[in-house]
Write a protein that binds this ligand. Structure first.
Ligand code: WTA
Length: 642
């Protein structure tokens, strides 16, 4: 682990932006209320979160707000019963939101489908009945390998409605990755699509699924439900494969909602860590619901008239929390877009904002940098006057990108909310509020109830302005309840690095005003275009190639993607017989990596080496390779590297 002292070479940004008076007057949380929220959350965090829980409907209320007797396993709202889908969907059909738009979906070709809460409710019920008829019941896992289409949202909600657990595998992952996740989850059913459109191409998903299902263990994914999206000719294998639309035709639009204990799992979400294997982060019905609802209502300041455009794929935590659950829990209207953000032109996202009158635009720094590259003339062509809030997540948003976003998308009158959080936190943790004074490049202060700190390797707080490890000292309701089947990994990765605190794995600094500035990961996790990928996972994938003896992967900066991977490989001498030159081997390795992990890994280069630098105990010195690559000085420190 690098020491924070070497990591505080952070830019000092002096600009500040004050909220417009109208924003303050209209905000859901006004300055006096925010001050009171901080006061209460500090004095009595359980009372604060209890208030948040009372904003939702429960089948039975909790016996206690928090049970920390088995820390680091925290149980939020023990004794409470309910189902997140009751709050996200069922309750809306009895109130005024019934006929309000829940979901606006736009396909890449420009096709559009809209669902009111009532329509979404009926579709979800039909699919819930179908899943039940397929033998899926409470606690069973349903794997989703889905593109961004409305049925993806339906599948998530239908699974949760019957008390089953959705395990989403982002459609950019490979067949092998999918197979492993199906096996890990022992998923009963897999929901997928024939394909989808992206970048003007028709991407076939079903062939990936067919490959993944060759060699799954036992009776995993016995049934595959296929949504017809592209109408491509695909191989449907009987009796395993069923068309979604055929299944739904016979089902009732009414389905009972399973009443869950607050701590029962809602979903697993695979994510990368520092080991060679991805881990599945587990979130529950009760605490996660409170976290998603409360932060969406307060941070995103949601109003009945809002149209929220979240660019994240539903297959990531951002899509789960602020693309699906948060918006539906608050009765908002959300936009889901299928395709490539620059297709057919760089004004596609601004065009979507204009077309539906989006009021909130939640994007990623990679997207902002992509738009910046094409220039302000693209957003300028579009009427973006409906926007009132901008959000960013997933990677550091530099002051330069912040300013561009603010000026050219927000027309200098929308606050930019740079939200810091993680798959594990389930909800935004550090973020400005719409009424906050903004500093470009900063993720603002810790939200009320969030006990963040910046510490050194021994856990001692570092002075303001100095870099250190970001930790969280108190539990929060949206927190994950564990890693599926990996108790040791849970304790070791998150709770044992810094005594008495949750270790986020990020390097940050906090300034004199309590504003946080995130520098990036402190561990061997890359952030490629906002997607988390462990160097160890990429190395393990490379090492599975027949001619790779050893491999080391580092992250190198990239103007658009933030970071991309670079591989150093020690090849087995036998490769020379199989490939004409090193470039041919490198090309084969790229293809191999794509097959092993999927197109999600962006590899800048492959360099052949005779040996790799190692510590005295034999660990690969990635830092030395990185320093060499970037032309930075490097000094071996046995304490930090061993
Ligand atoms: C990074 C995404 C800088 C960070 C919700 C974190 C950020 C990892 C920000 C989690 C931000 C997230 N500024 N970096 N606003 N938000 N990160 O699990 O390194 O996909 O640890 O969750 O993304 O990524 P994950």
């Amino acid at each position: 682990m690098p020491t924070p002292a070497t990591l505080d070479a952070l830019l000092v940004e002096e600009r500040v932006f004050r909220p417009a008076p109208a924003t303050v007057i209209e905000a859901n949380v006004k300055p006096a209320e925010l001050a009171e929220a901080y006061r209460l959350a500090e004095a009595d965090p359980c009372a604060y979160w209890e208030q948040a829980a009372l904003e939702l409907e429960w089948h039975r209320k909790w016996d206690a707000v928090l049970d920390d007797s088995r820390a680091p396993h925290y149980r939020w709202f023990p004794g409470a019963r309910g189902n997140i889908v009751h709050n996200a969907l069922d309750r809306h059909v009895h109130i005024w939101t019934k006929n309000k738009l829940a979901l606006i979906w736009e396909g890449e070709a420009g096709d559009c489908r809209k669902f009111t809460y009532f329509e979404l409710y009926r579709e979800v019920n039909r699919f819930a009945c179908a899943l039940r008829a397929l033998g899926v019941s409470r606690g069973d896992r349903v794997c989703l390998y889905m593109p961004p289409v409305p049925e993806t949202v339906v599948a998530m909600l239908a699974t949760a409605k019957i008390g089953a657990v959705h395990v989403f595998v982002f459609a950019g992952y490979s067949a092998k990755f999918l197979r492993e996740r199906i096996n890990d989850a022992e998923a009963k059913v897999l929901v997928t699509a024939d394909g989808f459109y992206r970048g003007g191409r028709c991407i076939n998903l079903k062939t990936v699924v067919d490959e993944a299902l060759e060699g799954v263990r036992g009776d995993a994914a016995e049934t595959v439900v296929v949504v017809r999206r592209t109408g491509d000719d695909i191989d449907m294998r009987e009796p395993r494969d069923l068309y979604y639309h055929d299944l739904l035709r016979q089902e009732s639009p009414e389905a009972a909602t399973e009443i869950m204990e607050a701590g029962e799992p809602l979903f697993w979400l695979p994510t990368s860590g520092t080991t060679g294997r991805p881990k599945s982060v587990v979130h529950d019905h009760g605490g996660y619901m409170v976290g998603a609802h409360h932060t969406f209502r307060t941070v995103f300041d949601i109003k009945p008239t809002d149209i929220h455009f979240c660019t994240a794929d539903p297959g990531w935590i951002t899509g789960h929390t602020y693309g699906v659950y948060g918006p539906l829990l608050t009765g908002a209207t959300v936009i889901l877009y299928e395709g490539h953000p620059l297709y057919p032109q760089a004004d596609r996202l601004p065009a979507i904002i204009e077309r539906y009158g989006a009021t909130i635009f939640y994007a990623t720094p990679t997207l902002v940098r992509m738009l910046m590259r094409y220039g302000p003339q693209y957003p300028k062509k579009r009427d973006l006057s409906t926007l009132r809030l901008l959000g960013s997540v997933g990677e550091p948003l530099s002051p330069e990108a912040w300013m561009w976003f603010y000026k050219h998308i927000g027309r200098s009158n929308c606050p930019v909310l740079d939200t810091w959080w993680q798959t594990e936190t389930g909800m935004a943790m550090l973020s400005p509020m719409p009424i906050s004074v903004l500093k470009p490049g900063s993720v603002g202060k810790a939200l009320p109830g969030v006990a963040a700190d910046v510490v050194d390797a021994a856990g001692a707080p570092v002075p303001p302005g100095q870099g250190g490890f970001l930790v969280l000292r108190k539990p929060w309701p949206g927190m994950f309840s564990g890693l599926a089947g990996d108790e040791e990994g849970y304790r070791e990765a998150y709770w044992e690095k810094i005594p008495g605190a949750y270790f986020a794995g990020d390097v940050a600094r906090r300034d004199e005003d309590g504003y946080y500035w995130i520098q990036g990961r402190a561990d061997d996790v890359l952030n490629i275009a906002g997607h988390r990928l462990g160097t160890a996972e990429i190395e393990a994938a490379l090492c599975a190639h027949r001619f790779v003896a050893e491999a080391a992967v580092i992250g190198v900066p990239d103007k658009i993607k933030g970071e991309v991977a670079k591989a150093f490989v020690v090849a087995d001498p036998a490769w020379t017989g199989a490939f004409p030159d090193a470039d041919a081997l490198a090309a084969d390795l790229r293809g191999h990596l794509r097959r092993e992990l999927g197109p999600i890994v962006i590899l800048r280069g492959v360099e052949l080496r005779e040996t790799l630098p190692r510590t005295r105990s034999g660990k690969i010195l990635r830092r030395a390779l990185r320093a060499e690559e970037l032309g930075e000085p490097y000094e071996y420190r046995s304490d930090a590297e061993e």
